[in-house]
Design a protein. Sequence first.
Length: 442
Amino acid sequence: MTKVRFAPSPTGYLHIGNFRTALINFLFAKNKNGHFMLRIDDTDDERSLKKYEDAIKEDLSWVGINWDSLEKQSSRLSYYDQALQKLLDKKRAYPCFETAEELSLKRKKQLSSGKPPIYDRSALNLSDSDIADLKAKGRSPHYRFLLDHKDVNWNDLVKGTSQYNMSNLSDPVIIREDGRVIYTLASVVDDIDFEVTDILRGEDHMTNSAAQIQLFEALESSPPNLGHLSLLTDISGAGLSKRLGSISLRDLKDEGFQPMAISSLLSKVGSSDAIEIFRDINQIISDFDISKFGKSKPKFDKNELRGLNSKLFKMLDFSDISNQLKKFNFKISSDFWELVKGNIENLEELELWWNIIYGNIEPKYNDENFLNTALETLPEGNFDKNTWTNWTSILMEETGRKGKELYNPLRMCLTGQNKGPEMATLVFLMGRGKVLERLTNK
RNA sequence: GGUCCCUUCGUCUAAUGGUUAGGACACCGCCCUUUCACGGCGGCAAUACGAGUUCGAAUCUCGUAGGGAUCACCA
């Protein structure tokens, strides 16, 4: 069975790059009736916070991504120790005693003399007695994985035939000086134990993957299928870290974006499918195909998201949205929703239209003579659904105007906007009192 | 600096040596609508640059330029 995992570290809120990876893993698995595992990579306990773990779960749930199982690396520490022992026995791991400062200095030197900052493996020269001496002095080692300096090849689900020469890489540290495991090892151990079949993640993991392939093999397993998605950039083409990293899912939520608008965009952008709005995640699942994703970097455009959001609102009935409308401190009726849903990009705009119809706004008078005539011909009595048509028919006869010439001054005066929902219903909901107020309140 | 990856309309992309370089979104125009929008129809618009291979190159090769990623006792 297909089994994937999404493995965030709880060191911050889910941003849109992260979320896209989660979504694509979810869609990939569900399309194959597979298993989607949420794995909390909290081995860095200095930076990991429960608050973020909760937030990540909450955000995933908000968009309808449900996990079939949940694991936390912090509860699996003994397995990582066993893996280290195995690697030590096979001479694929070795102890190192350099301090972080020494290593950093070394890298700087290499870089300034034009050389790649790759670890020189000097700890490999330590004899058993050297190591014993250092330990006796109270020094405790960190451990590195000994890479095999050769080409690693794999057939990437997204990138196709891929290759990396391991001599361009430092032997990765897998256990810290204080004994805590590092992601590189923990992730592989978990992927083996939980029988993950496919790893889908960003192309920033490309070199990690190359090293981890050797780790899978050293642990007498075989690597899962690997797919590296091209990273999202902002509209100018700048990388994720610069700006998109700061757009979290919660920001989008707060800005009034709907989960399905976000999922619709992020599941299709960068693929050869058309970007369109989907009402239901199952529709996206059923035609998901990882091979449709391209190798170049797609751009995330909030305007595109706005468009999808407004298309979604048009599709929603009052009953679909009424829960979300409770957050407003004014009561929204079904009639009101049906009237304005075709003219909004996000829910916050409801407040504007609510004020236009029921509250106070600054009307715009751009044709006083005409508006005077409108005032004179305003029908008496309570408004009904035909009032607008009757009224404008009279106005048309009186003034000879029609079309935009007829409607625009009324729209501007009554709503303060040059566009918006259909006037007939809008005026009916407004009622005679409010219309009179706007017409006379110049 | 080393290594890896990327570059087709504004945007997402299709075209795996022969196409008038196709589609979707956006934009513009027309129609529909006595207004906004929806919808229908149409239009604008691209192979980063330079060589090479070939009868023929978006496609293969090399170079140039631009962009991204990575090179942590982070994940």
